[in-house]
Write a protein that binds this ligand. Structure first.
Ligand code: BEZ
Ligand code: FE
Length: 300
């Protein structure tokens, strides 16, 4: 669509007036962010030639997102997730550093206060699914172990639900544990299975309208922290999962795809646990923590 020079000048004038309105802002960072936001927002409106009906539809969408949001449901975070904005913000703020493990989205299902398990303990607490032995080592970027690193782990059950999505039920398929003096950790979890993000609201309707699936690739969440180290929020994904290229929230990073090895019934378990001839799986996930920004002079 061609836009006349008079029309272009009028549109540029509107943007210039809005930018000028931030001149008196005393917070330089707020000023910078607002100027950039407004410049890109006007650029989008002008480039897409958004009509008034479309703009009202956008406002109705945001209104609906507000109405469905409460203490348990955060539709704006879901919107940020499906637009890749969460993943982009995480990528910007977890700058690549040596061989430090990559970060990915937190998601809405982390909760404080997950139970403690000893090394080798079972985090399922009755949640249904195939047992999975998870083990690895936490090191710094020089390869030194990080003894006592705290690991928070959480995942959905094999019906695709987190404990917190099941009303009134106790915490399950989540726990925290600490790496030993060699930085090693191990626990029994569940082999991850795919599940949809909540899609019964405006974000689900948006995904349907653009022909996208709400499904997430199968994954197991980790949050790993230690003094002097950048806290790592990440997942691991089973190699071969059919949704690796179609994760609804763009959380998959190739370095986080791990080999979850299926063990036939009767295969001896690493700790002698009797699984009554059930199939189980095992995976190794070695974790490398970057130093905190202070420890690197602002590089991490
Ligand atoms: C999750 O992995 O738990 C999740 C992440 C983003 C949106 C919804 C769920
Ligand atoms: Fe998840």
């Amino acid at each position: 669509m061609t836009v006349s020079s008079e029309q272009t000048a009028r549109e540029a004038d509107v943007l210039a007036s809005v930018l000028a309105s931030f001149q008196r802002c005393e917070d330089p960072r707020l000023k910078q962010v607002m100027e950039s936001l407004v410049t890109h927002l006007h650029g989008f409106l002008r480039e897409a030639r958004v009509n008034e009906q479309e703009w009202h539809a956008a406002i109705s969408f945001l209104t609906a997102a507000g109405h469905i949001t409460d203490e348990r449901r955060q539709e704006f975070v879901l919107l940020s997730d499906v637009l890749g904005a969460s993943m982009q913000t995480i990528t910007i703020n977890n700058e690549a550093y040596a061989d430090a493990t990559e970060a990915t989205v937190l998601g809405p299902f982390f909760v404080e206060g997950a139970p403690f398990v000893e090394l080798g303990g079972d985090i399922s607490f009755g949640a249904s699914g195939e047992p999975c032995w998870v083990q690895g080592r936490v090191t710094d970027t020089d390869g030194n172990p990080v003894p006592g690193a705290r690991l928070e782990v959480w995942e959905a059950d094999d019906e695709g639900f987190y404990d917190v999505q099941r009303k009134g039920e106790a915490l399950a398929a989540r726990a925290h544990l600490f790496a030993d003096e060699r930085g090693e950790y191990r626990f029994w979890g569940l082999t991850p299975t795919p599940y949809p993000i909540p899609h019964d609201g405006p974000v689900g309707a948006l995904l349907a309208a653009v022909g996208r699936s709400p499904m997430r690739a199968s994954h197991l969440h980790f949050m790993v922290s230690a003094p002097g180290r950048r806290t790592l929020i990440t997942h691991i994904f089973p190699a071969g999962d059919e949704l690796l290229d179609a994760d609804a929230v763009f959380g998959v990073r190739p370095s986080l795809i791990k080999d979850f090895q299926r063990q036939p019934p009767g295969t001896p378990t690493p700790d002698g646990r009797d699984l009554a001839r059930r199939t189980w799986s095992r995976v190794r996930f070695d974790i490398v923590l970057a130093p905190t920004a202070t420890a690197t002079g602002g590089r991490s």
